[in-house]
Design a protein around this ligand. Sequence first.
Ligand SMILES: Cc1cc2nc3c(=O)[nH]c(=O)nc-3n(C[C@H](O)[C@H](O)[C@H](O)COP(=O)(O)O)c2cc1C
Length: 139
Amino acid sequence: MKKALVIYQSRTGITRRFGQEIGQYLSSKGLDVKVIPIQEYSPGITDEADVVLLGCWTAGWMVMLQSPDRHWIRFTKQLTDLRDKKVALFTTYKLLTGRMFDKMREHLAGKIDDGAPELKSRNGRMSDSLKHLIDSFIG
Ligand SMILES: Cc1cc2nc3c(=O)[nH]c(=O)nc-3n(C[C@H](O)[C@H](O)[C@H](O)COP(=O)(O)O)c2cc1C
């Protein structure tokens, strides 16, 4: 059974809900899934995972300067090399994600390969299009 690890940073719970919904969907597809906040991350925890999803809420000035928050950025510095795994990125937002995913990638440079799919949701709920994206991601 393939193992998936979903790691999220959430302030008010919407990104936690999104991480949990992604996790439930992956479980329904037969993966062995664990969903954790960044605070529970420790190096080595990703070793067993085949699939890793990294998520953070969108911080910015609503219409510009979107970026992951400082806790997530600190978390990426401890993150081990994930280039032998399938990795996807996710976020929740209110108005605009702007360059959020580019910024996430900048902080993950050298740890993930190019082409990680991007999943985003305003309310943390899954949609059919997100399910299709995840289907092609996990193959
Ligand atoms: C300080 C702050 C800045 C935010 N900046 C943006 C933004 O630039 N663009 C956007 O679409 N949403 C922005 N939001 C909304 C959050 O990204 C959104 O509510 C998110 O779902 C919160 O996730 P959480 O409940 O996991 O913390 C901002 C929220 C806060 C509190």
